[in-house]
Design a protein. Structure first.
Length: 436
């Protein structure tokens, strides 16, 4: 079978996710959707193939040269990405967590993998390489797959849908659109240097033996979520503010610190930069995320509300100062280097972190999963949540997502570097902070 190969430029954000993936994480993002009925596996598979027509990067591999690019193939690499696993209802959750912890080949592909866990009700799991898209990108892809599934189920012709998708104009993948939309022509005007006043702290690690990946979760039920919303409304705070406050407070109970300690502590937080684009539109699956490091004075005697107020104040200041765009500009600067030079630069920083066993804790808030985005024809979703990359110790990150007013916290990590009970205890602490 002959194979046609085309090239697609790697964006600065693609490059950065590649660099971070070399040492800090297995760069994949997942979504799990539980249904009240059974799906048609044939239609799911066809929908994935059609989604790749609109998003050719899914059929690609990242080519690791000094000016990296995507090699897009038509060799049917996505033809067998869907599998079906029959299981008992009582074992399904543990099987799903095990599956979501299995690494995909996030550089060479397939960049997307799917599995249906089948009992009387189906659960669909999707895993996508962070190289080609971020959490919002995966949500957009899931919505596209669900829409295509519905159209196929309603007897629309596969070939006709394929032609419609081929005829669409290419969407935005490169973050240069952000600067154009915000009128920024001089990137140096948005680059902020970290204050450096916060002492480094880290989630404790038992070793740097990152042997086996694992995923754990914890949930805030709808009644608890509603109480939380009422609780924070008095301070005009957001759910994201509350998550950060709970994270700061929970970390403080178990973190290890670099001496000398200061009262100021910081965490890393991802930011969806699509808010700067007209109608938040990117159309294509892509990476469009920035990073901020909110810093507060952390006092063990503070109440949750006191910490929340501190977080809100800092976040309001960051929002007023081009939230996330400083990191986006930094990625543009990094992209000016040959990839090998950037690998050397990032590699030295991450090797130092491993030797010190210290890395700034991170948090990713994927936001709300829209019910309409996971409606597969008449198959209605009863539960949905997302999982973030599988971090290598000492790097650590908590992911958050919500669906139908249920908040799910998740952590992807490796054992025996991190003990499963230690990670579960942190998530339990966060839930307790949010419900106290």
């Amino acid at each position: 079978m002959s194979q046609n190969i085309t090239m697609l430029p790697a964006t600065p954000q693609d490059r950065m996710n590649y660099l971070l993936g070399l040492c800090s994480a297995v760069q994949q993002i997942g979504i799990t959707i539980k249904f009240q009925d059974q799906l048609s596996e044939d239609l799911v598979e066809q929908s994935i193939q059609l989604a790749a027509v609109q998003n050719p990067v899914l059929s690609g591999r990242f080519v690791e040269v000094d000016t990296p690019y995507w090699e897009i193939r038509d060799d049917g690499i996505l033809d067998e990405v869907l599998s079906v696993q029959y299981c008992m209802q009582q074992e399904m959750d543990s099987l799903i967590e095990s599956y979501m912890a299995q690494p995909i080949n996030w550089i060479s592909g397939p960049l997307l993998e799917a599995r249906i866990f089948r009992t009387q009700h189906d659960t669909l799991c999707l895993k996508m390489s962070h190289l080609c898209g971020d959490g919002t990108g995966l949500k957009q892809l899931t919505k596209l797959i669900a829409s295509l599934y519905t159209r196929l189920a309603q007897q629309e012709d596969y070939a006709s849908l394929q032609q419609l998708l081929l005829a669409e104009q290419p969407g935005v993948r490169d973050q240069a659109a952000l600067f154009a939309a915000t009128g920024i022509t001089d990137l140096s005007t948005v680059i902020r240097e970290p204050s450096g006043s916060a002492s480094l702290w880290s989630f404790p690690v038992d070793s740097i033996d990152n042997a086996v990946a694992a995923v754990v979760r914890a949930e805030l039920e709808p009644e608890q979520m509603q109480e939380l919303k009422t609780r924070i409304r008095a301070h005009n705070a957001t759910i994201n503010d509350a998550l950060l406050a709970a994270y700061f407070r929970s970390l403080s109970k178990r973190a290890v610190y670099m001496e000398p300690q200061t009262k100021e502590k910081a965490v890393g937080m991802t930011v969806d930069l699509r808010k700067y684009l007209p109608n938040r539109a990117t159309e294509f699956v892509c990476n469009m995320s920035g990073m901020e490091m909110p810093q507060i004075e952390l006092d063990h005697n503070d109440s949750f509300e006191s910490t929340l107020i501190k977080v809100k104040l800092v976040m309001d200041q960051l929002k007023a100062d081009h939230l996330g765009l400083s990191s986006a500009a930094g990625m543009e600067r990094m992209a000016e280097l040959p990839l090998s030079a950037a690998v050397d630069q990032i590699g030295k920083q991450q090797e130092m972190a491993k030797q010190m066993r210290m890395a700034l804790p991170m948090m990713t808030n994927f936001g709300t999963i829209d019910e309409a985005a996971v409606q597969f024809d008449t198959c209605e979703a009863s539960e949905a949540y997302m999982t973030s990359p599988l971090m290598y110790a000492p790097f650590f990150s908590v992911g958050a997502s919500s669906f139908r007013n249920t908040l799910t916290l998740s952590v992807g990590f490796h054992t025996p570097a991190l003990a499963i009970d230690s990670v579960k205890n942190l998530l339990d602490d966060m839930i307790n902070e949010l419900t106290f």
